[in-house]
Write a protein that binds this ligand. Structure first.
Ligand code: XMP
Length: 316
């Protein structure tokens, strides 16, 4: 049995031996928040926390993440990097190339912030599935998780990864054990590369805007349905924008718009997942709201029935 309290205590003791200053990028998700709290407990103000606004975050995510940091006692600097990320992604279609460019830009930003603070090490909230699926010698590279696959060979900082042996459910237990509020430690996962891997094909600010709105509708409708007791809460739920246009009709006019796919899965550790069986009326409400809100752009909504394997949770 995994003992979260003991893990947190022994990790904090172990981290006390790390000398000098360090930096961590917190996303507001459970992994980086737990990593930051463990390291901060061990080294105090020798740790600098930064939050990078990539322009690829969900609706209101930057604001709510910054509020949550205050709630959990972390002092965090916000770095505005939206334009840099869109520039790095210009013309890039290949999913692995996208992940590598995003990972690399994150690291360059960390290095800049580290230099300013005089930090020598970088804390990452890497967990076991991140490096297992990024290929670790004997395993195939399924996809390069951004906090693993994008690491440049000339990284100026020493890596500290206090959660690398844990799975998501264990990280949540540690989050609870160190006193995080439930809405923080039970937050659904959100990938480091953000909405970039939910816009299939080239990412533009406009397409990121469409998928941001669709993701917000999926989250709102599913959470409201769970609240009313209409279905079990999926482990993760979101929308992605497919690079597929189809013919439809809007009013009495021909439309030729993009396709949104809705994905909801049950999982424990992200290594395998089952497509959630959502009630039809809920799916219908989601479809109607997405088509109404994104009228000029989207005229078709589909639901993904695939488990992992053979699919993965994200589409890229
Ligand atoms: P996949 O798509 O690999 O996703 O089945 C498994 C879980 O990991 C999340 N995910 C990521 N998380 N950096 C992250 O921090 C990444 O690059 C990344 N890619 C996928 C995904 O949302 C799911 O919860």
């Amino acid at each position: 049995m995994f003992d979260a309290k003991r893990f947190a205590e022994s990790k904090a003791d172990e981290l006390k031996s790390v000398k000098g200053k360090g930096i961590i990028a917190v996303s507001g998700g459970v992994d980086s928040t737990v990593a930051a709290i463990l390291v901060q407990r061990a080294v105090g103000d020798q740790l600098k926390c930064v939050f990078v606004d990539t322009g690829l975050l969900r609706k209101n995510e930057a604001e709510s993440a910054m509020e949550n940091f205050v709630r959990v006692g972390l002092s965090v600097k916000k770095v505005e990097a939206q334009q840099r990320f869109f520039d790095a992604l210009k013309g890039v279609v290949d999913p692995e190339e996208k992940r590598k460019r995003i990972g690399e830009l994150f690291i360059r930003i960390f290095e800049e912030e580290a230099r300013e603070f005089g930090a020598e090490w970088l804390v990452q909230g890497t967990i076991a599935p991140d490096w297992i699926e990024s290929g670790s010698g004997i395993r195939d590279n399924i996809k390069s998780h951004h906090n693993v696959g994008g690491l440049p060979k000339d990284l100026e900082l020493t890596l500290v990864e206090p959660l690398r042996d844990l799975y998501k459910d264990e990280v949540r237990k540690v989050g609870k054990a160190v006193g995080l509020p439930e809405d923080v430690y039970s937050r659904q996962p959100f990938p480091g590369p953000g909405l970039a891997i939910r816009v299939l094909g080239e990412v533009t600010p406009e397409k990121a805007g469409l998928v941001r709105e669709a993701c917000a509708i999926v989250e709102e409708e599913i959470e409201a349905a769970v609240e009313r007791g209409e279905c079990e809460k999926p482990w993760q739920y979101y929308a992605a924008l497919l690079p597929v246009r189809s013919v439809g009709v809007q009013g009495d006019k021909r439309a030729y718009g993009w396709t949104i796919v809705v994905r909801a899965v049950q999982s424990l550790d992200a290594m395998t997942a089952a497509s959630s069986q959502l009630p039809n009326p809920l799916l219908k409400r989601i479809s109607i709201r997405i088509c109404n809100s994104l009228k000029q752009h989207v005229n078709r909504v589909v639901y993904d029935l695939t488990d992992k394997p053979p699919g993965t949770v994200e589409w890229e």
